[in-house]
Write a protein that binds this ligand. Structure first.
Ligand SMILES: C[S@@+](CC[C@H](N)C(=O)[O-])C[C@H]1O[C@@H](n2cnc3c(N)ncnc32)[C@H](O)[C@@H]1O
Length: 244
């Protein structure tokens, strides 16, 4: 029997694999899905709060772009010590954002959070001390990614930080094979079957399009970030802090 909240979206053989989307069917199982699919996810969430607290500036704005159910928003909010900050939680999935609102309003910290159900490519970024893209840029069309990062940079205060976490691609074939195999082993060790792994992989094809580490670093430097540090890697998942 299915435990409530457990991800079994790809457990049965599907006649047709439809492209993955963050819709109503995903909302209930998302916490289970992401924990079992992204190695180091809980560290990424915890550290988004820790790192953002180091870069938050008084009277500034903090953005969680592609917030899903608000895990990063809540982590940042709980650790924020600077006065007069505003947090923005942005996602273009109405289903995800509606559940995010519920979770944030059930939380007792009183830092204001504003929600926007829009494409992050159309959100305006202003007076930002912290911007987080936690596993979100990989869902933006590759040809639009530079403009997205440029817009973030333009809206950031000097000394502000972009926290960027992504699944990586590898240009070296042997390295790519190693990390793909290890990532699939990670998923199987979390109870996903071979069928679930392969059906999910097909559903994400052309939806989640990863860049290489070199592409990320070059793009961040090209837009003007003067410090770019990779602070985290677990298998093929990495996170950077880029400081303006
Ligand atoms: C893997 S989830 C992000 C996980 C989340 N940041 C966390 O840490 O739990 C990707 C999210 O990005 C959102 N998303 C994808 N493309 C988007 C876009 N163009 N504009 C806004 N949100 C987008 C999806 O709806 C989804 O909720």
């Amino acid at each position: 029997m299915k435990k409530p909240g457990s991800d079994q979206l790809y457990a049965a053989p599907l006649d047709e694999i439809v492209s993955f989307s963050f819709d109503e069917t995903v909302v209930d199982v998302f916490p289970d899905m992401i924990k079992r699919s992204v190695p180091g996810y809980s560290t990424l969430i915890n550290m988004a709060g820790v790192l953002s607290s180091q870069y938050a500036q008084p009277g500034s704005q903090l953005y969680d772009l592609g917030c899903s159910l608000g895990a990063v928003t809540l982590s940042m909010r709980r650790r924020l010590t600077q006065p007069d900050c505003r947090l923005f939680a942005v996602d273009n999935s109405a289903a995800m954002l509606s559940r995010c609102r519920q979770y944030v309003s059930a939380d007792t910290v009183d830092v204001p959070v504003e929600f926007a159900c829009v494409d992050i490519q159309h959100v305006s970024i202003e007076r930002a001390s912290v911007v987080v893209l936690n596993l979100t840029l990989q869902f933006i069309k590759p040809s639009h990614r530079m403009a997205m990062i440029e817009k973030i940079y333009a809206g950031m205060l000097p000394g502000g930080a972009l926290l960027l976490s992504e699944k990586l691609a590898f240009s070296d074939e042997a390295e790519a094979r190693f990390f793909t195999e290890m990532h699939h082993a990670f998923k199987r060790s979390n109870g996903y079957s071979e069928l679930e792994v392969s059906q999910k992989r097909a559903a994400l094809d052309n939806v989640l399009v990863p860049d290489t580490r070199e592409q990320h670093e070059a793009r961040l430097r090209d837009v003007g970030f003067n410090e770019v540090r990779q602070w985290f890697q677990c298998l093929n998942f990495v996170s950077f802090v880029a400081v303006k």
